[in-house]
Structures are given as structure tokens and as C-alpha cells.
Design a protein around this ligand. Sequence first.
Ligand code: BGC
Length: 421
Amino acid sequence: MRKIYRRRLYFLLLITSFLPICFLVFNTIIYRHEKNIISYIYDTQTSCLNSSKNSIIELSTIPPQYLVVPYREFALRTSIACRTFKLDNSKKDTANLHPKYSKYLRGRFPYVLPYANVTFNDIENFYTKILIKKKSKDSIIQTSFAENITFENIPYKFQNGMWYPTGVTSIQRTALLVPLQGREYNAKTFLLNMHAFLRRQQLTYTIIFIEQISPNGHRFNKGRLFNSAIHYLQKQTLNITCLILHDVDLIPEDDGNFYTCERNYPKHTTSRVRQLGSTRGYTRYYEFLIGGVLLLSFDIYKTLNGFSNLYWGWGGEDDDLALRLIQQRMCVVRPSYDLAIYIGLPHPRGQRNNARYGLLAWTTVRLGTDGYKQIEPLTRIINIHQTSTLTHLKLDVNADTNNSPSLNTITKSLKQQQQRL
Ligand code: BGC
């Protein structure tokens, strides 16, 4: 009997000493594998600091399989940001054209939360009638849809689909692109606040809502919405030079968060977000995140082949774009954490995309064949409605192109709407 117990004891001892050794060996193998990929990404970061164009890293020296990033294991620890902006160093030669020199900047600015029954017409009237009539500068305005609004009457004119500051010329022509599906209240709050924000920076801009209409109940596909709207924009004569990809539930809180594009780098500005009504303060996201608000030129967008068209539901499409940036050896720049702050508007939680990790594993392999270049047959513009406060594109993102009205018909109807404004 005793002998049996002793044997069991030896066996147990053997197993317990063997297990930690196995664990150590296994971990070392995994760690070494990960380290290779991580150090590859960090190496490419160093080159970002010098120049995005004349990268010192030779493309041919990197085995292509290293670009397939096992996202779930470590991507959240991976940085693609190369520096933060030094806003005080803005070049003098941009003189009064840079938003920094706008005399309307107010630093932190109180956002407005309209009553639930606000309409798009209320907002339209506010910017085209109420505000224009008000002569005094910082006046408090009472409206039927919100109380004590302190918007200034900054001189602006609306022409051919864009808003222009009068008396100054902005260097960039900006399109603020906002994908959505439902979320009307967020959309109205966004619109009301964003015109004021963009005007205080004296930007030349247009706001475009890209709404997904899903006759067959498809989940939200943000990537397709962006690709399709940008494809549409390129066919117009607006000469947009700066694209701002913006979530509808985010309102910037500081005027120093300039909505201008950098020529060589995408700029990510959603560094910290505090949820409306929450006492938890600001959340700081992972370094790798480029979702929320991203500013970039059309050329960069094209280089990345835009977004993947394959992400249905919430999550992943922005991380996919971040991996495309890494693959193209591009850095993302961010304004300082003090300025890049946002209020997050409440909304129901979107349906998670559980397929996203599988898709992310193969992002870089798909870059050339899944994105902006492939968007045309996948989506259909159902309707375009333009007022002076917004252009509202309605899109079917899973379209049978045979039923599409031609782009000419749509553009013609848009011209008629513009003449009426
Ligand atoms: C998702 C992203 C999202 C981020 C922040 C990630 O897990 O994949 O799409 O932007 O969380 O909410």
C-alpha cells in the first residue's frame, strides 16, 4: 500500500517539476516569434521619423510574411504613431491662412446639446437665418431647440456645395465625411456643433453624411461607405484636398485641435474621449487606434487603397486601415493629448463583427485587391440631398449595379438643388 503511495508521490513530483519547464520553453518560442515581428514594426517606425517618402528601409529586405500581423496577440501594444504635433512651431509662411491665426479660436468651447425634438431644418435655419441676423459677436442665443447657445456670427458664404470664410482664404478644401446608419439624434447634435467648430478655424469645408440604407438588413459597413463617398467626391468639381473621416458620435472640445491635413502623414485626433454623462473622465485608447477621427489627403487614401470592403458590423475596419499604414511605412501624427479631446455622444451598441480577427490576419495580403479601387460595383447611390448645412448621400452598400441610376443623372439633380439654394 505504502509503496503505491510513494510511487504516486514521485509521479506527482515529476509532473509538477516538468510542467514549469514546458511552460518556459513554450513561452520562449512564442516570445521570440512575436519579438521578430514587433521589432520589424518598430524598425519601420524609426524610418518614419526621417521621411515617409525616402524611407531608409529597403522593401525587398522584409520577408512578405512578416507583414501578416497576428493582431489579437500583440497589435494593441504596437505603436504606429511617430510624433506628436508641436503646435507652436507652425510655419510663419502660412501666415494668416493657418487656422492658428484665426481670431475666432476660443480654446475649450462649450458644446450644445439640443432638445430631442430638434429637426434638420432647425439647424439649417439656425446657420442660414438666425446666426446671420444676429449682429453682436459673442451673443447668447435662445432657440426653440436648445437654450443659451453661445455661437458667434463668423462671416461665411455658401457656394457650389462648400462653405467659405469671407476675407480669408484657407489653404485646404476640406470634406468632413460622416458615415451613419440611424443615429439621427447624434447626427443633428454633430451638425449643430461642427459648423461652429469648423468656422472658428476659418476652414473651407463641406459636411457629407454617408448613410447606409440596407433594404436587405445588412450590417453597417463603414469601409464601403467611406470608399464609395470618396469615389463620388473625386468625380465632383469640389477639388477637395483634405479628407476628414469622422464618427458621428464624437464632438471635439478644443479649438486647438486643428482640422487640417498634413501632406505626408495621416493625422489621428481621437486621443482621449469622455462619454457624455459619465463620471469616468477621459479614456485614452491604445496607440494603434486610428478610428474615430482621421485626417488624410486623397493621395494617401489612394496609396492605402482606402478601407477594406469586407467588414460588416462594429469593429476592425479601422485597425485594418492601420495595418495598411504599417505596410506602407507610414506614420500617424497626433495633436497633443491636451487638445485632442472629445465628447462621446450616447448611442445603442452596434452589432459586433466577430469575423474581424480572421480578416485582420490577412489585411496586408489583400491591400491591392480589396478597397477603394474595387468599390464601384459594390455600392449604389440611392439618393443625394443637398442643403447648405450638409450633403446627405444615401447608399446601398450591397448593390446590384444594373439597377444603379447613372452618376450623370445624380449629378444633374444635384446641380438643380444647388441652383435652388
Ligand atoms: C475595434 C476598433 C475600435 C476600437 C475602439 C477595437 O477593438 O476593433 O474598430 O475603433 O476597438 O473602440
